[in-house]
Design a protein around this ligand. Sequence first.
Ligand SMILES: Nc1ncnc2c1ncn2[C@@H]1O[C@H](COP(=O)(O)OP(=O)(O)OP(=O)(O)O)[C@@H](O)[C@H]1O
Ligand SMILES: [Mg+2]
Length: 337
Amino acid sequence: MIELEGLTKRYGTKTAVDHLSFQVRPGMITGFLGPNGAGKSTTMRMMLDLDNPTSGTVRIDGRHYRELDEPLKYIGALLDAKAMHGGRSAYNNLLCLAQSNRIPERRVGEVLDLVGLTAVARKRSKGFSLGMGQRLGIASALLGDPEILMFDEPVNGLDPEGIHWIRNLMKSLAAEGRTIFVSSHLMSEMALTADHLIVIGQGKLLADTSMADFILQNSRSFVRLRSPQQERLRDVLHGAGFTVVEAGNGTLEIDGASTEKLGELAAAHQLTLHELSPQRASLEEAFMQMTAGAVEYHAHGTDVHGGEPAASGPAWGANSGWDPAPGPEAGQSGEGV
Ligand SMILES: Nc1ncnc2c1ncn2[C@@H]1O[C@H](COP(=O)(O)OP(=O)(O)OP(=O)(O)O)[C@@H](O)[C@H]1O
Ligand SMILES: [Mg+2]
């Protein structure tokens, strides 16, 4: 269990982490989510005593990091995959860590096997690809067989197979009762991985919720309609008491109605439809709305501050490829469609 109380970090006038209080509990994956610059890495560094808080505390199983006798056996972390000695082999990088932390050498072979690097164990790590580097970083986090594991953006730069592998690894570690704390700036990734969610923006806590609750509260469902007789269709819908949102490109969006009902209404008025489809606003969009006021770095010409969620293009995380269908919220409908 990790407990943060009023954790704050200021760099000059910049407040990177602002009175954060939350707990990271065992037996589950806690996702730590926030846009670029939100303070995720700074928080993680303070958890590991790599940075001093301006105020507030972090406790790991009730103790400060520096009070842990053999810290790698309590908490393993991947913060920066490049933080390895490039001239050393994967094996020797891990052996150094093991020897300086009183971890038996046989564990080096075990973790290399676990992360799939046995074949390149004797190769210098500076020649490793990004994905191999991430795997080596994960091996070092696992070296002390700790109960608590912390990963800062572990899927960055990984191919789909690598992402799938890390996701399953974290799930199996959590199923063993371990505490898993993993940061990301992609809601789509967290939706598939995390059981619990901590969201921060500009260093402040925005949400501390179970993933299931976040999904329930944030997946808006609606029906999208397109017609060559859009004006008439809109009048008919208004006349039937529906609230119609014009979503651009000639599409209309209607909340709280089924496709059957809308299709029949259009047919009764002899209106041609080119589209009649149930839709669900993505969790990525819900997350962007939540953090809209807290996004520091975004491209010009993109609208992070709203408009209709489904109408506005994502300002960041645009390439996240979130597809509502395979996500865990599939089947959890809000208003009936
Ligand atoms: N050593 C430092 N000196 C000054 N400012 C810093 C330092 N480290 C971080 N910051 C600032 O603190 C804020 C939080 O940075 P941090 O790296 O923790 O964010 P993050 O959530 O990890 O972002 P990202 O998703 O881009 O990794 C940023 O505005 C950053 O510029
Ligand atoms: Mg970071």
